[in-house]
Design a binder for this molecule. Structure first.
Ligand code: C5P
Length: 312
């Protein structure tokens, strides 16, 4: 009898990404307003002789299958804390764009953690899971909790946020990924070049926008569109100038707002409703400025076991 556990984990878009100065530890303090969106990876954990990762879906070829994979690191971290070996096969069914600024790797880490916890009967508390998530990466705790949250610190200190309605999104997936550290480094370089300095001594503390939080709370898409911001966008555009044409194509097609998702290169378009989503998606496809286009809504739940452990 082989038991297996499958966990579904959402992608995210940052509706506000306010980036503070470079800290001595190499990270940046953030006011990071995360919103989970309805694109999901699924991580299935099955007992095996040793830790093994497989991956299928768009972009799967670019996902590392060795011990550096965040899902592998998550399983190893949980096993180590509970005095067991991570003898598990983790299969990742990928639907979140790889290296796209939508926290796909973080989703897989959170998914692996929840799946292994259920498979092994570890019974880790929410606090312990969140602690392991924070060790694995700045965006991993949010992948666990989903919905909407304000991330402080390097993004790992979460405060849930109320969302008063459904928001409609179109995402344009670019060819190839962008490295998150490279985009943060470019943000620092641009700040230095502008003469403002890039350290915590030079850059004001990042703060969440009251207008943005209020738009989320009321579910008002027009108000949210007016308040969206991403301090990493100039850096992503500097490294990938072609993204300007994608942003322009979606804006021309009537999107309420357009921005780079996190560190990019995926671009996000907030739209009024499902019909406008279809129109903007069609225009983006026709524009030839991106690889694929996806439409979805937010918020979305965090990492959840989507099939009870089954006997085959
Ligand atoms: O935490 P995570 O592994 O996702 O971070 C990847 C890289 O992104 C870090 O090594 C750092 O260069 C950059 N980063 C940052 N400030 C943050 C989060 C990430 O500079 N708050």
């Amino acid at each position: 009898m082989t038991r297996s556990v499958t966990v579904r984990v959402p992608a995210k878009v940052n509706v506000q990404l306010a980036v503070g100065g470079l800290r001595p530890d190499g990270f940046h303090d953030l006011a990071n307003v995360f919103l989970a969106v309805g694109l999901y990876d699924e991580v299935t954990a099955t007992p095996a002789d040793e830790l093994r990762i497989t991956c299928a879906g768009p972009g799967a070829a670019e996902v590392p299958l060795d011990a550096t994979n965040l899902a592998a690191r998550a399983a190893t971290a949980l096993a180590r804390r509970h005095g067991r070996t991570p003898a598990v096969h983790l299969h990742i069914a990928k639907d979140i764009p790889v290296a796209g600024g939508m926290a796909g790797g973080s989703a897989d880490a959170a998914g692996a953690l929840v799946a292994c916890d259920a498979l092994w009967g570890t019974g880790a508390s929410r606090e312990e899971l969140l602690e392991i998530c924070a060790e694995l990466g700045s965006d991993v705790p949010f992948s666990l909790v989903g919905e909407a949250a304000l991330g402080r610190g390097r993004g790992e200190l979460l405060e849930p946020l109320p969302v008063g309605g459904t928001f409609h999104w179109v995402f344009a997936v670019a060819d190839g990924g962008l490295s998150t550290p490279a985009v943060y480094a470019e943000c620092d370089r641009l700040r230095e070049a502008a003469g403002t300095g890039a350290t915590t001594a030079d850059v004001p503390d990042p703060e969440p926008s009251p207008a943005l939080l209020s738009a989320l709370r009321s579910g008002d898409a027009t108000a949210l569109a007016a308040a969206l911001s991403n301090d990493l966008q100039p850096a992503a555009l500097s490294l990938r100038p072609s993204l300007a044409a994608t942003l322009e194509a979606g804006t021309r097609a009537g999107a309420l707002a357009a921005l780079v998702s996190g560190s990019g290169p995926t671009t996000a378009f907030l739209v009024a409703d499902a019909e406008q989503a279809d129109r903007v998606a069609a225009a983006l496809r026709a524009s030839g400025t991106c690889r694929t286009v996806r439409t979805t809504t937010s918020p979305a739940p965090g990492a959840r076991v989507c099939e009870p452990a089954t006997a085959h």
